[in-house]
Ligand binder design. Structure first.
Ligand code: NAD
Length: 441
């Protein structure tokens, strides 16, 4: 019996009901805890490890003012949640989106801990973000707010401590602003030693070849393994895609090169459909020019219900969390869901997919390519090296394939779904470290 009345562990936290949860970030955090609880049934986790993993180690919140282009000021709230660093420095993206909340970032930070452990990347888990709609701010406003956010995070981030990366609403430009600000804050002589303070930078500013496409590439490596296992020919297979940003657009282009046809896409501007196939490169040019897929002349507009019901073999959600709920899961006409996004499937959605025998390649596995190549970028910066694309891709392929088959083996042995298996493999690894190292003091 704990002397601390507030003490909780993963299982208790997941089952605390309270009032009905309506806020998406809170629902997402709760869903994550429930999934973790399911995985715990298959791993013997030390009690103290359950306690440690139930909450992030650190929650950093900064409020800071930024001058807008018209001379007025706005106050912003920025988050950096550091979930766990027993495996290595905290690592995770920075999200700029109008739905960012503390709970959402907490769940995303925890997912990073499990993702890194599953892939054997020597990093821990973190996530951060600012609650803004980046489309509402000019490039110069975004630069000022990114620089001020980086400044105010101060020593809460660091190249051996906590290393941000891009996520929704941020990109290589955002990372380069963060890097430049951090470098200028920390020493004039050995500035370059700090380049690895962020990953996902442009090639010009110390990024890695293959990083921009890495998450999409990793999703495709998983789909290829699934297709081999299930006798699906990717040449001629159809896929639908939600989200046409970094993850979605690269995934589409790589799958298309393997002969698969993109038949429907949805983003924040609408949904489009073409049963003959949409050419991803042309769509990317359209999105770059207009800001979204709506109005693309190589496909016809459809509504949200029609989008999820489009006949395909593969569905790739690559936008937001909580998109595939029970209703959407009932509509899907695909064989596999490969989660490019983090947390796109609700608990109820997962249940329906299981009942309908639609396989899921879960986020912690499917979209791990981004953090794997971020790790390669960090290593290259540390050693002042620049690897060829072929080397990056082949290392990424090896690590994705190894994790995929580890998950499948666990899933077969214990007769559990891939999500439970992925979390269980990760938890087992983290537990082993805590058992060896113990808890200080
Ligand atoms: P992005 O900002 O580049 O693209 C996001 C896409 O989602 C855009 O096409 C946008 O239009 C779409 N979108 C936004 N709101 C939507 C809505 N309500 N309905 C439909 N579409 C909507 O972001 P990204 O980097 O591609 O990230 C997408 C997802 O992948 C996120 O869940 C992120 O956490 C996850 N992820 C990203 C990376 C990475 O390396 N960038 C790595 C791992 C996981």
């Amino acid at each position: 019996m704990s002397k601390n009345p507030e003490a909780t562990d993963v299982v208790q936290a997941a089952s605390q009901s309270g009032a009905e949860i309506t806020e998406p970030g809170e629902r997402f955090f709760k869903a994550h805890l429930t999934q973790l609880q399911e995985a715990l049934e298959y791993v013997e986790l030390e009690n103290h490890v359950r306690l440690i993993l139930s909450e992030p180690k650190n929650e950093v919140i900064v409020n800071f003012p930024v001058m807008m282009d018209d001379g007025s000021y706005e106050l912003f709230t920025g988050y950096r949640i550091q979930h766990n660093n027993v495996m290595g420095p905290y690592k995770g993206g920075m999200r700029y989106h109008h739905d960012v909340t503390l709970d959402e970032v907490k769940a995303l930070a925890a997912l990073m801990t499990y993702k890194c452990a599953l892939l054997e990347v020597p990093f821990g888990g973190a996530k951060g973000g600012i609650r803004i709609n980046p489309h509402d701010y000019s490039k110069t406003e975004q630069e000022r707010l990114t620089r001020r956010f980086t400044h105010d995070l101060g020593n809460n981030i660091g190249p051996e401590y906590d290393i941000p990366a891009p996520d929704m609403g941020t990109n290589s430009q955002t990372m380069v602003w963060m890097m430049d600000t951090y470098m200028n804050m920390h020493g004039a002589v050995d500035k370059n030693a700090n380049r690895r303070i962020v990953t996902g930078k442009s090639l010009t500013s110390g990024g890695s070849r293959g990083r921009a496409k890495a998450t999409g590439q990793g999703v495709v490596y998983c789909i290829q393994e699934w297709a081999n296992e299930n006798g699906l020919r990717l040449d001629g297979a159809r896929f639908i895609l939600q989200g046409y940003g970094n993850v979605g657009s690269h995934c589409a282009q790589i799958l298309n090169r393997l002969g698969a046809e993109l038949v429907a896409v949805q983003d924040h501007t609408g949904s489009v459909y073409n049963p003959e196939g949409i050419y991803p490169r042309k769509l990317s040019q359209w999105v770059e020019r207009t800001g979204g897929v709506a109005g693309y002349d190589g496909a016809k507009a459809i509504d949200n219900d029609e989008f999820w019901g489009v006949e395909s073999e593969i569905c790739v959600p690559a936008a937001l969390e909580l998109q595939i709920d029970a209703e959407v899961a009932k509509k899907l006409k695909c064989k596999v869901v490969a989660e490019g996004a983090n947390g796109p499937t609700t608990l109820e959605g997962d249940k329906v997919l299981r009942e309908r025998e639609i396989d899921v390649i879960p986020d912690v596995l499917a979209n791990a390519g981004g953090v794997v190549v971020s790790y390669f970028e960090w290593v290259q910066n540390k050693r002042s090296e620049s690897w060829q694309l072929q080397e990056v891709d082949s290392r990424l392929h090896f690590m994705m394939k190894r994790a995929y088959h580890e998950v499948r083996a666990f899933s077969r042995e214990h007769e559990v779904d891939n999500r439970t298996a992925s979390l269980a493999v990760a938890l087992r690894r983290i537990n082993a470290v805590y058992v060896e190292r113990g808890v200080f003091p």
